[in-house]
Design a protein around this ligand. Structure first.
Ligand code: SAM
Ligand code: SF4
Length: 354
């Protein structure tokens, strides 16, 4: 019976096939609350070149032995099953830092072969992207999101525990020059960088990047997140409003997490993902695979279903698809951050794959 990782990377428990009691016979990844997952996030590693305080511990996450990580071929097989059999339409590789995998181009290339025509993107901190972007695009990469919280070098070094802002900016420039468009920038809202939010937005507009701010979620490895200390979307709007005129423009599509705002009448926009104060769990269309090959239906649910054991145990695609459907059927309704008994998940964002 395949193992299931319930907590920290190296700990594994055992559980059988998830129940599908009450589930109608349909091919797609439906859950009990009427949602359908079409957006797949695949974590390819838990290693990272930064140590963002809202994500990683200072010492980094425990090393996972290589044989416990999915190989490029295993990842591509799951991508193929997701797209062909389960209705996935969009795949994003993340981590940890996906550029820490030397075989990232191979992962993308094999996935493009397994799922021709599907959007294959990465979320990255951008470090080293300048050297890799051409091979990644040649392999089939279609879009890039870079995480950048501030353009103030001192604040960047404090927040990420590494003085690497120039390397991130070089990565963004290279992606831009390689024609990757639209280039999206993700910024987590934190107290120390809030005052620089307007500078970051001005920089993003000047550099033809689409900026989205994200409320910090209780997914830091150090468990320091506190609701009272969190910067809300409203606090951000107040700060940006002192420099820009913002007009509400709605969401790109109903399942898009970001609410878009026109900046000074447009065409430039800024997105705000209010994951905590205006939860969009009811419209969530995500399914996640961790670096060790477990399906995780919700960021906040530690319940994971192991597909690696099936992959390595000779299961056929139909059996893997059936377990994946079962995992999604058990997806919880929402993150529950506002409920009195809320307990943050055992895994941090970097260990799940954001
Ligand atoms: N290393 C890559 C990066 O930073 O883009 C990919 C992995 S990272 C976990 C994916 C995204 O999650 C990043 O945009 C990061 O800012 C975001 N993130 C990490 N911890 C978070 C938290 N506690 N709350 C909200 N977003 C978080
Ligand atoms: Fe690394 Fe991304 Fe987590 Fe920052 S947010 S520590 S770059 S995985």
């Amino acid at each position: 019976m395949p193992a299931v990782n319930l907590g920290l990377p190296a700990r594994a428990a055992v559980r059988g096939e998830p129940t599908q009691v009450g589930r109608p016979e349909v091919a797609g990844l439906i859950d009990r609350f009427g949602r359908v997952a079409r957006d797949l996030r695949v974590s390819v590693t838990e290693k990272c070149s930064l140590r963002c305080t809202y994500c990683m511990p200072a010492e980094g996450l425990p090393n996972i032995p290589r044989e416990q990580l999915l190989s490029a071929a295993e990842i591509a097989r799951l991508v193929g099953i997701g797209v062909r059999d389960l209705g996935i339409t969009e795949v994003r590789f993340t981590g940890g830092e996906p550029l820490m995998r030397a075989d990232l181009a191979e992962i993308i290339g094999l996935s493009a072969d397994a799922a021709p025509g599907v959007d294959l993107s990465i979320t990255t901190n951008g470090i080293g992207l300048d050297h890799r972007i051409h091979s990644l695009v040649a392999a089939g990469l279609t879009r890039v999101n870079v995480s950048l919280d501030t353009i103030d070098r001192r604040h960047f070094a404090e927040l990420t525990r590494r003085d690497r802002l120039p390397a991130v900016l070089a990565g963004i420039r290279a992606a831009h020059d390689a024609g990757v468009s639209p280039l999206k920038i993700n910024a987590v809202l934190m107290r120390d960088t809030l005052a620089g939010a307007a500078d970051l937005l001005a920089w993003a507009i000047e550099n033809d990047c689409r900026l989205r701010f994200i409320e910090q979620m209780p997914l830091d490895a150090d468990h320091n997140w506190a609701r009272d200390n969190m910067v809300s979307a409203q606090a951000l709007l107040d700060v940006l409003g002192t420099r820009f005129t913002l007009t509400e423009a709605g969401r790109d599509d109903p399942s898009a997490p970001a609410e878009e705002w026109l900046v000074n009448g447009g065409p430039a926009t800024v997105g705000i993902i209010a994951s905590v104060t205006r939860s969009f769990c009811a419209a969530c269309d995500r399914t996640r695979i961790t670096a060790e090959g477990t399906v995780r239906s919700c960021l906040f649910g530690d319940d994971e279903t192991d597909l690696r054991g099936l992959l390595r145990g000779g299961a056929d695609d139909a059996e893997i698809a059936r377990w994946w459907r079962g995992a999604m059927w058990g997806k919880q309704a929402g993150h529950g951050i506002d409920s009195s008994g809320f307990v943050p998940p055992a895994r941090s964002m970097g260990a799940i794959g954001g």
